[in-house]
Design a protein around this ligand. Sequence first.
Ligand SMILES: Cc1ncc(COP(=O)(O)O)c(C=O)c1O
Ligand SMILES: N[C@@H](CCOP(=O)(O)O)C(=O)O
Length: 514
Amino acid sequence: MSSQQYRSTRSSSTSQLSFEEAVMTGLAPDGGLFLPSVIPQLPETFLTEWKDLSFQELAFKILRLYINPQEIDDAGLQTLISKSYSTFRSPKVTPLHKIYNDINILELFHGPTYAFKDVALQFVGNLFEYFLTRKNAHLAADSKDRHHITVVGATSGDTGSAAIYGLRNKKDVSVFILYPTGKISAIQEEQMTTVEDANVHTLSVTGNFDDCQGIVKEIFGDVEFNSKYHVGAINSINWARILAQITYYFYSYFELLRSSNKSPEELKVKYVVPSGNFGDILAGYFAKKMGLPIAKLVIATNENDILDRFMKSGKYEKESSEVKATYSPAMDILISSNFERLLWYLVRNNLGNDQAAADLQAGETLNNWMKDLKAGKPIEVDAKTLEAARADFDSERVSNSETIETIKLVYRESSQSYVIDPHTAVGVKATHLQKAKDTESFDYVSLSTAHPAKFSDAVSKALSTFSGYNFEADVLPAELKALSTKEKRIKLVPNPSVKVVEDIIVEELAKENA
Ligand SMILES: Cc1ncc(COP(=O)(O)O)c(C=O)c1O
Ligand SMILES: N[C@@H](CCOP(=O)(O)O)C(=O)O
């Protein structure tokens, strides 16, 4: 069964959108996130027929279930996939690396910007280009009527550079990335601000990531601005981001199945995911709900632990208005955007068998909840809903000191002095915490979301006292090292507001077109 139509989490109307509409619109006009109301199910034979497929072949099988062939035909989809993953440094795209007998690191950082975001954003960049090329096919290259999109995104460091590398120099696209001044690593800032393409604009905004994300969401909600400048999303509010990430859950499952010599009945896998905006782990939820036999998805949070608190109490609320600065800054988030998508499924699945009526009711509930949350009130789910969440998820909270200790531990204990970044360390520590609680044995896949070179401060804090450790020689890739010599283009936004950012966008677009 496949579902190739999309609706908003906050909609109480029956209308649905095509894949192209959902991707190009980004955020629904009602402020909700697009999702397929029915999650497609895997063919019964998938365990035998898919187990030896390459990453690209698996991506095709999975994406095909969510994208109507009338929107993108097989040849078009195959080209998009092969182009998107040809930029990766590993032929496996997302290889597994065993650090202990039962703990495997899923290396997601072999793309152009050394972060897991590349897996989705290389694809999203090519997808935008595909749709725009088709829309503008009948127009001359300099026609004023060409459809153009203005991508506006927020980043705590990694999404920004991955989006820029996915979209740089693409025709009919301009990209504006907001990041919190002083709250991203030096390399992340260099990656974003040294790109010379005229369609790329980086705004360094006073505030934190949630402030940047808030401004971006409000720009989407500004109907007049949006209809004039066609705002597009590269954050994980864009459905295509989640979709493209589903593949690595399948690919790693099959790699583990092959290497473990276990049968599918014997292999019990837990995926542990360092989480912030809840996009990465949500892709795992889709994989599980499609039918991939994942035993549990474990949410690993740092000290910004709204998700861990929800799993323990059923209450989703900000603990304070201040985000804590941690060694894993890409996860320094107070509110996780994509959690709204999970809540929608949890609510909807509790509403009985009349699917259409349940869709409408879930939209209404989510709309009310999100209004409450915006007004500072918590969301509190009932026992049945919490039980449904716990059937698929568990969670662990990892402190700053545990993060540093885990980088040390893995370096000391792994065979090749394996260096992990602080976000990955949150995942590995959470894996150990899970393992200590588990009463039966599992295989664990701990997602490695960034290359350690991107977070040199935390990595060097952990490892600088080890004899033989040399960051520049052993960790820092030459490509990233070279960035420090390049000129940076930064636009400071000291007093940010929706109006200030929109004015900058209009001004910069005028310069691009001059
Ligand atoms: C390095 C890194 N790890 C983990 C995360 C958290 O992922 P998600 O926001 O999808 O939960 C992010 C940011 O999104 C990140 O950049
Ligand atoms: N950690 C992210 C924050 C943005 O999250 P996204 O997945 O919704 O784009 C980052 O690195 O920017």
